[in-house]
Design a protein around this ligand. Sequence first.
Ligand code: PLP
Length: 392
Amino acid sequence: PKNARPRGRQFFANPGPTNIPDSVLLAGAHQTVDFNDPNFIAIYDACVEGLKRVLKTKQNIFLYTGSGHAAWEASFVNLLSPGDTVLILETGYFSLSWAKMAEDLGIEVRSVAADWRRGVDIAAVRAALAEDSAHVIKAVCVVHNETATGMALPVAEVRAAMDATGHPALLLADTISSLGSLDFRMDEWGVDAAVGGSQKGLMLPTGMSFTGVSDKALEAHKTSRLPKHYFNWTNMLTRRHKSFVGTVPVSFFYGLQEALRLIEQEEGLENVFTRHSRLARAVRAAVQHWSGNNGPQLFCLNPARYSDSVTAIMMPEGFDADALRAVALQKFNVSLGGGLGPLGGKVFRIGHLGDLNEPMILGTLATVELAMQVAGVPHTPGGVGAAIAALA
Ligand code: PLP
C-alpha cells in the first residue's frame, strides 16, 4: 500500500517528542485511580519533588495538562498585566513564537535581535537592560535551547547581565528541549519561571507541562492582572495537589515516577548530561565530515553555543531538506526533524535527546548518509567513521 514503511523498528530522530523507554511506556499503562487516593498522592508528591531536583530548584512548581505552549502561557498570564513589557532574546523559531504569544495576550514585546546561526550577543542584552533605566521591562524571556537552530543560550550570562545592570525584571526560561538533557540550574541562575514539557528529556508522552516558579515570581503573581482561570496559580494553591485545575492526569505520574527513577537512580542526572554531550559530539563530527565537497553543514556557526540535544543541519544550496527527509522516512523508516519557519526545506534536524544510545545515533547517521547517496545530495562519504572516531 501507498506510504507503507519498510519492516523493522522506526528510528525516531526527532528533537521532540522523543523515544519513550519501554519501562516508562509500561508504567504509564496503569488502570485509572482516584487522584485523591492516598497511594497516588504519595507517588504524585514524590514526582513533584523529583521534578524540582531535575530543575535544580527548592522553590515552587505548577503543572498543567497541555503541551509546552500551556506552560508558556501560564508563565505570562500569572506574572504580567495588560500592557506590560517583556524583553525577548531572539534565538529562532521558538523565541519568535513565544513573542507572538505575548503579543496575542496584550503584552508589549521588545526584542534583542540575533543572527540565528551565531546566537544573541550578551553585550547587546546588557545594553538593552541598561537603556531601560525606568525599568519598564517586567520580564526577560530566554529559550535555553533553541530546538529550531540547535543552539543553546548561556542563561547564567543573561542573569549576570541583569545583575550587572541592577535590572529587577523577572527571568523566564524555556527549558523545553534542555531539561533532563542539558544542565539547567533554576535557583543558581536566578530563573523566576522555568517552562518545561513532558515529551523531550523527561522521555514521556506529550501532554503535560509545568513551570518552576521562584518565590519572587509568586510575589509578582499576586498583582498580575492578565485574565486567567485554568492557569491561575492562586486557584491551584487552594487544591490538595497545589497544582492542576481539574482532573489530574494520573497516567503521566506513573510514567514520570519511572522516568525519574531512570534519570536519577539508574543513570544519574549528571551522567545524563555527559551522555548527551558525547552523542552530540558524534553527530557534529559526522556533519563536519559530510560538509566537505559542498555537503551539508552545521547550522550553528558558534561552537560555544552548540546544542547537545539537537543538531540542525543546513542543506547545500539547491537541495531540499524535506526531500531528503522523505527518502529517509519512506525508504528506511528513519524520522528526522524538519526545518521550522524560515528554515523550512533548508534545514533538517537530528534530535539526540532522551532515551538514546550509540547504536541509535550511529544507525541514524549511517541512514542519513545512505539517504544522501540515494537523493543525490553532495557530501564527503565517511561521516559515520568520523562519528565512531568521536565516540571510541
Ligand atoms: N519551546 C521549545 C524550545 C520547543 O522546542 C517547543 C516544542 O518543540 C516548544 C517551546 C513548544 O512546546 P509544545 O510543542 O510542547 O507546545
